[in-house]
Design a protein around this ligand. Sequence first.
Ligand code: SF4
Ligand code: SF4
Length: 247
Amino acid sequence: MDINVDNHPCFNPKMCHKVGRMHLPVAPRCNVMCNFCNRKYDCVNESRPGVTSSILSPQQALTYVEKVFDRSNNITVVGIAGPGDPFANPDETMETLRLVRAQYPEVILCLSTNGLGIAPHIAELARLKVTHVTVTITAVDPEIAAKVYAWVRWEKKVYRGLDAGALMIRKQLEAVRLIKEAGMIAKINTILMPGINDGHISEVARTVAGLGADVMNIIPMIPVEGAAFASLPEPDRASVTRSRLLA
Ligand code: SF4
Ligand code: SF4
């Protein structure tokens, strides 16, 4: 049976009350420190902080999928979105995708990432028929990105400040380009942070549209206790609407 990419509730509003998705918490570590994250919650890559997941090994994750599929026949999507970043845990992420794909050739496989570590895995993701990838991109200006990431760890080196911001943007935009070249559907999640990137949303939108991104989703930041941005105000409804219109 073929994969029906339209059966994705996060990408197709017509399906959001008809079919469901499940997430496999196989990725505990993260390779960056976003100032809106306090690490006690699932990755905001997924949508917004929720509750901490318990971690599963790839084999446990497959068993979990089997149990859920035995009970329910309306799950069409299996996603990996944290609680850290899938590609700060590439071995676990890729092994889980291989196991699930081998057993469920028709299920939609979906990933959500900060984009830093995905590039070396894109060819295999395409072979495994991963069809949907979300990349969280908060800025395309290194000075703004420098305010968002306290640090970035890449190839055993830790980057901070402008170097961290520039590295993240380079890797994230490369990721979107490669995801599109591989024929996958690319969604961009942009966290709207008052006083940080609220005047910059249309520029992010223009840049990612130029790379072929399919969807952009503006997510208002929810300040979480313990995060560096805990005291930033939550964006008001008008600024969220304005940003969505500008994007
Ligand atoms: Fe938290 Fe950012 Fe890492 Fe997600 S990518 S777990 S939001 S630090
Ligand atoms: Fe939806 Fe995929 Fe994001 Fe999960 S990872 S919330 S399935 S888009």
